[in-house]
Design a protein around this ligand. Structure first.
Ligand SMILES: NC(=O)c1ccc[n+]([C@@H]2O[C@H](COP(=O)([O-])OP(=O)(O)OC[C@H]3O[C@@H](n4cnc5c(N)ncnc54)[C@H](OP(=O)(O)O)[C@@H]3O)[C@@H](O)[C@H]2O)c1
Length: 306
């Protein structure tokens, strides 16, 4: 029986801890915020649309009336919005103990963010790169046991990041490979963050939540479902073994691994790793954990976001 996020934090007291969660208006992000708040954490919900943020805060309050909930408008497809949101949080908080970079888009038609980045790479990776960089002073200020959790996907196995063409300017666009590359970038970013900040007391972890019934598939057509099904059947797992059938999880179950990553004492001295099913998972492509490529992606991302 798959555990729920609420079961993961049963008996854990997060009073005095502050968690910032992106993509908190829907799916895994909203459930993560609800559960962390129920365990006593102050939560900051980051997402698009004041009305949707207010509705998400209501969901948290319905579950925990005394919850401390704050909201901030954040569009990861705009560096100006990312910087404004980080500045707003920095003006309100002294520190951040847990940052959960959960927001994401999948298989979007070709498009560009306000800054000209390809949508999936821009939103899933570069937006979070700049957001995290802006919040690092608050995260290192929290320091004891501070964690950054980047929500990636087993879909990182579809493709590595092309460091020579991250924004699909030189190749025909492939929405599946683009999602895979953006999710590989989430893991490489985790590796680079952990290398850079573990000595300052900040550990970084990448999480695959499982296959979860959320709004993520909103851009998928019937043909896309068939293509994805065929890809999953024909490809071995990330560990090279045949894929076992993948169970479909509820958001309550799907949020378990990111909540575990954010809170478990078992992970106090762990970072730069890929987690799935509430454990450190070997089902990760070696290219996603490559420290040199992680450093190269960091430098590239700095240049792109300059
Ligand atoms: N569901 C799964 O099976 C699965 C599997 C593997 C990995 N994941 C990962 O899990 C994470 C959460 O996804 P989910 O399944 O919970 O999907 P979801 O229900 O679609 O939630 C995604 C969240 O990201 C937000 N978001 C999208 N674009 C944004 C932008 N430009 N700026 C700010 N926020 C933005 C969405 O807000 P809007 O509604 O405003 O767009 C929404 O709150 C993603 O990173 C995804 O890659 C999910």
């Amino acid at each position: 029986m798959t555990r729920t996020a609420a079961e993961i934090v049963a008996g854990v007291d997060l009073a005095g801890r502050t968690a910032v969660i992106t993509g908190a208006t829907s799916g895994l992000g909203l459930e993560t915020a609800r559960v962390l708040a129920a365990a006593g954490a102050q939560v900051v919900l980051a997402g698009r649309g004041a009305d949707r943020l207010a509705a998400a805060a209501d969901v948290v309050h319905e579950s925990t009336p005394a919850a401390s909930v704050d909201t901030v408008e954040l569009d990861l497809g705009s560096l100006a919005s990312v910087r404004a949101a980080a500045a707003a949080i920095s003006a309100r908080l002294d520190r951040v103990d847990v940052l959960i970079n959960n927001a994401g888009v999948m298989f979007t038609p070709f498009g560009r963010t306000s800054d000209g980045f390809e949508t999936q790479f821009g939103v899933n990776h570069l937006g979070h790169f700049e957001w995290t960089r802006q919040l690092l002073p608050l995260i290192t200020a929290g320091a004891t046991g501070a964690r950054i959790v980047n929500v990636t996907s087993a879909g990182h196995g579809i493709a590595d990041v092309d460091l020579d063409d991250p924004n699909w300017e030189k190749r025909p666009y492939d929405k599946f490979a683009s999602y895979g590359a953006s999710k590989t970038a989430n893991i490489l970013f985790t590796v680079a963050l952990d290398t850079r900040f573990r000595d300052q007391g900040v550990r970084s972890l990448a999480v695959h939540p499982g296959m979860v019934t959320t709004n993520l598939a909103r851009h998928m057509s019937d043909t896309d479902w068939e293509t994805m099904g065929a890809m999953m059947k024909s490809r071995p797992g990330n560990d090279g073994k045949p894929r076992p059938p993948v169970p479909l999880l509820t958001p309550e179950q799907g949020a378990a691994t990111q909540v575990w990553a954010a809170t478990s004492p078992e992970l106090a001295d762990v970072g730069g790793v890929y987690l799935a099913d509430c454990e450190i998972s070997p089902a990760v492509r070696s290219y996603a954990l490559d420290a040199e490529r992680a450093a190269a992606l960091w430098e590239l991302s700095e240049k792109l976001c300059a």
